[in-house]
Design a protein around this ligand. Structure first.
Ligand SMILES: *Cc1c(COP(=O)(O)O)cnc(C)c1O
Length: 432
């Protein structure tokens, strides 16, 4: 995509992030102005973008027994969680830290599901003390562990068993989670035995059944395959005399980064409900745990060009954001659109590798992008609202970026930029 042909207003997937003439706008504010005011690298989220995506789920769920549980790991900033808590969403957390964030943001513990393959005793205890809706259990041994912790606390533990349905979500291998070879969930073949054990343990209360097959899923087929397997199991488990109150079908709905055409939440829920009804299960409570599709397209990462550098092979644009700020390209060669904050006329356009300053050849944000650049120009990496800041690290002793939320023509600082002092805090110099 060249800067010379401006983005259409309301680029698919980015309705609140659009080019007006030569200027990239986040709602009513120019991206370049935000970069100037708050510095770079900077994560910018559109409030209308997040709330619009959340509303699409709420609209699709209306009139159906569906409970929405935002997957906190996609973007766990308190301000983002607050927006969702205020819309009545529950949350899917995978650590005691995420649970603490949800509570700090005003989330309702009774609408929290706690997932994850390696919950510690301390995390299980934190979840039970908070009064979560349920723990999604990933192994037989975890059942015993939860029973033991629940006994110590004198609180029964609500549980749901995460089943590995062995379906291929047809996404990147690193974000596939429902294949037999993945570490997640209880193998389908062990599920009945696991539920029987659950019913026998005195401090567990069975609530439901859970699957989550992967992320950035762009087709409905894998979801329906997983649902079919879950419904087969529900039939067997209930015949064994164990009632299941809910089906948790996980998250994973994809978003548009380039030319993907993922289903909308309405298409996803319509397809799920059609299948449930076809199998006489339309009355079932369904939980969904979307993350990426709620926040992904509502965020951008702004960075500034530090150096333009030509080698014999390539043109490099070295920017002040790096893999520590946005890991997706380095981790799974993810393609994310890169747009200038202020487009030039295109006369000096060339194919750039947009890279960070970190000492790794995997440290790139985009490769072979046709851009017309000068040093100090501001660039925006689009669709960076999910798995961006949430995965940021301090590699190379780089302070993490600031985050802001744009609301019309207003902007709110969600998180201040880390300082180098922040990074050194807690370290002890040797005294021996
Ligand atoms: C990561 C995750 C999600 C959210 O996945 P998205 O692709 O961001 O929608 C939901 N549930 C569980 C258990 C997860 O691990």
């Amino acid at each position: 995509m060249t800067h010379a042909s401006p983005l259409p207003d309301g680029l698919p997937g980015h309705p609140h992030i659009a080019r007006h003439g030569d200027t990239l706008m986040i709602e009513a504010l120019p991206a370049a102005e935000l970069a100037q005011r708050f510095g770079t690298p900077l994560y910018v989220y559109s409030r209308a973008g997040i709330e619009g995506a959340a509303q699409a789920y709420a609209d699709a769920a209306r009139g159906r027994p569906v409970q929405l549980r935002y997957a906190v790991k996609a973007n766990s900033s308190l301000g983002v969680l607050q927006l969702l808590a205020r819309q009545g969403w529950g949350f899917d957390v995978v650590s005691a830290g995420e649970l603490a964030r949800v509570l700090a943001a005003g989330g309702d513990a009774a609408q929290v599901v706690f997932s994850g393959v390696g919950k510690t005793d301390a995390e299980i205890a934190a979840a039970l003390r908070a009064g979560v809706q349920c723990l999604n259990v990933e192994s037989l041994s975890e059942l015993e562990r939860i029973d033991r912790v629940a006994a110590q606390l004198g609180t029964p533990a609500p549980v749901s068993l995460r089943i590995n349905p062995d379906v291929d979500p047809r996404t990147h291998p690193y974000i596939s989670t429902g294949l037999r070879s993945n570490k997640f969930g209880i193998p389908q073949a062990q599920a009945r035995q696991a539920y029987a054990r659950c019913a026998a343990l005195p401090h567990l209360r069975v609530r439901g059944i859970d699957v989550h097959i992967g992320s950035q899923i762009t087709q409905l087929g894998p979801y329906l395959d997983a649902l079919d397997r879950v419904l087969d199991l529900v039939h067997d488990i209930e015949r064994d005399g164990i009632a299941l109150h809910h089906l948790d079908l996980g998250g994973g709905l994809g978003i548009r980064y380039a030319d993907e055409t993922p289903p909308t939440p309405a298409q996803w829920l319509d397809a799920l409900h059609a299948r449930l009804q076809a199998r006489g299960q339309g009355h079932r409570q369904v939980l969904l745990e979307p993350g990426r599709s709620v926040v992904g397209n509502a965020g951008v990462l702004l960075c500034r060009v530090v150096t333009l550098k030509d080698t014999l092979e390539r043109h490099f644009a070295v920017v002040d954001a790096a893999m520590n700020d946005l890991m997706r390209p380095a981790l799974y060669e993810a393609w994310m659109a890169i747009e200038p904050a202020q487009a030039r006329d295109g006369r000096h356009a060339r194919s750039y590798d947009v890279v960070g300053p970190v000492c790794e050849s995997g440290d790139w944000l985009g490769r072979q992008r046709l851009l017309d650049l000068r040093e100090d120009d501001v660039l925006a990496v689009l669709s960076a609202g999910a798995y961006g800041m949430a995965m940021a690290s301090n590699y190379n002793t780089r302070p993490r970026a600031a985050e802001v939320l744009v609301d019309g023509a207003q902007v709110h600082l969600l998180r201040e930029r880390e300082s180098i002092d922040d990074l050194l805090r807690g370290e002890q110099r040797l005294t021996l």
